[in-house]
Design a protein around this ligand. Structure first.
Ligand SMILES: [Mn+2]
Length: 312
C-alpha cells in the first residue's frame, strides 16, 4: 500500500491534504508533516493543507486558503480521519483521486486508496513510516516536518504513556529528535494552560462523580463554561485530567454547547468507542467522542458507561 501511495503522489502536480474537524496535534501533525515532506521531496509540485484554522494549534502552522478550482485534477489525501462526516472542509471529494491515511478502526473505508494501521500510535507515526519507506525513492525529511510529526506522536500517545505507544513509536521518536527543532518550546505550547483553564480544572476535580465501579462523569453546563470564560472546545482539552484518579476505569465529560451536548469518553480498559458509535460518534477503544441532544440522553450514556465498568 505504501508503494501505491507513493506512486500515486508522484503522478500528481497538485496535492491537497485534509484532516478531521476539531483537530488535535496528530491531525495537524500528520497533515502538515506529510505536506512538508512532499514539498521538500517534490519542489515542482503544489502542495496545500486545508481545513478550518484552530487558533489553539497556531504554534504548529496555519492552514492554506485555497479556491475550489485548485481541486481540479488534484490528488486529495485525508489524514487521521476515520469517517467522511469528520473530514474538515467538505471539498475533499472535488479532486481526481482520494487517499485515506489513518490509524482509527476502518469503519468507513472511503477513498480510491486507503492505508489504515490500527497498530500505529498515531497517523503522524504512519507518515514517518511512509517517509522511511520512500526515502530511497526520493522522499526527504525536514526539520519542520520532523517537528510536526513529533508533535503528532506526542499528542496521540499522551507523551508516550498510552498503551498504543510501541517500540516502533520510540524508535521513530528517537530518530525525529535528531532533527533541528526546539522540543522545549513545543512541549510548552502543547501543555501549558491558561489560568482560566486551571481554574476550570479545579472545578472538574471538585465536581466529578465516580461510582464504586470506577465510572466517572462530569457535567459542564453552558452557564459554568460562561463563568470560567471557557469555550466548549477549550473545555475538551481537560478530558484527560481525570485519568490520575485512583480506581477510575472509564469517564466522560458532558460539555454543553448551543445545540447539543458534546460527549468526550476516556477509558483505562473498558471499551468505550462502542458507546460513542451508538450515539453517532466514534474513535478509539479507549478514547472516543459523540454528541447527544439532551441531558436525558446524556443520562443514558452515563448508564452505559456504568455498565461497561461494572462488567469489567
Ligand atoms: Mn490520531
Amino acid at each position: 500500500m505504501k508503494q501505491q501511495i507513493l506512486d500515486t503522489m508522484k503522478q500528481y502536480e497538485i496535492i491537497i491534504i485534509h484532516r478531521h474537524v476539531r483537530p488535535d496535534p496528530d491531525a495537524y501533525g500528520s497533515q502538515g508533516g506529510l505536506a512538508e515532506i512532499l514539498k521538500a521531496s517534490f519542489p515542482e509540485k503544489r502542495v496545500f493543507v486545508t481545513g478550518k484554522r484552530e487558533p489553539e494549534l497556531d504554534y504548529l502552522f496555519t492552514p492554506d486558503e485555497i479556491t475550489s478550482e485548485t481541486y481540479t485534477g488534484a490528488l486529495v489525501i485525508v489524514c487521521d480521519t476515520a469517517n467522511q462526516e469528520r473530514i474538515c472542509d467538505n471539498r475533499y471529494s472535488f479532486g481526481k483521486k482520494l487517499i485515506k491515511i489513518d490509524h482509527h478502526p476502518n469503519e468507513d473505508p472511503y477513498g480510491d486508496l486507503y492505508w489504515v494501521d490500527t497498530t500505529a500510535s498515531s497517523t503522524s507515526e504512519m507518515v514517518y513510516e511512509l517517509y522511511q519507506f520512500g526515502k530511497e525513492q526520493g522522499l526527504q525529511m525536514t526539520d519542520e516536518a520532523a517537528r510536526l510529526i513529533f508533535a503528532g506522536i506526542v499528542g496521540d500517545t499522551g507523551r508516550f504513556q498510552f498503551p498504543s505507544t510501541t517500540k516502533r513509536t520510540f524508535q521513530y521518536a528517537s530518530e525525529l529528535i535528531e532533527y533541528d527543532f526546539d522540543r522545549t518550546t513545543l512541549f510548552n505550547h502543547m501543555y501549558e494552560l491558561e489560568p482560566k483553564m486551571i481554574k476550570l480544572q479545579g472545578y472538574v476535580f471538585e465536581h466529578y462523580q465516580m461510582n464504586r465501579d470506577g465510572a466517572a462523569t462530569v457535567e459542564l453546563k453552558q452557564s459554568t463554561l460562561a463563568d470560567f470564560h471557557v469555550t466548549p472546545s477549550e473545555a475538551s482539552i481537560l478530558v484527560g485530567s481525570l485519568g490520575n484518579i485512583k480506581g477510575i476505569k472509564a469517564w466522560c465529560f458532558f460539555i454543553e454547547e448551543e445545540e447539543e451536548i458534546r460527549v468526550r469518553l476516556r477509558s483505562k480498559s473498558p471499551v468505550i468507542n462502542t458507546i460513542a458509535m451508538k450515539y453517532g460518534g466514534g474513535g478509539h477503544p479507549l478514547a472516543a467522542g459523540a454528541s447527544v441532544s439532551s441531558w436525558e440522553e446524556a443520562e443514558r450514556v452515563k448508564k452505559e458507561i456504568q455498565q461497561v465498568c461494572q462488567s469489567e
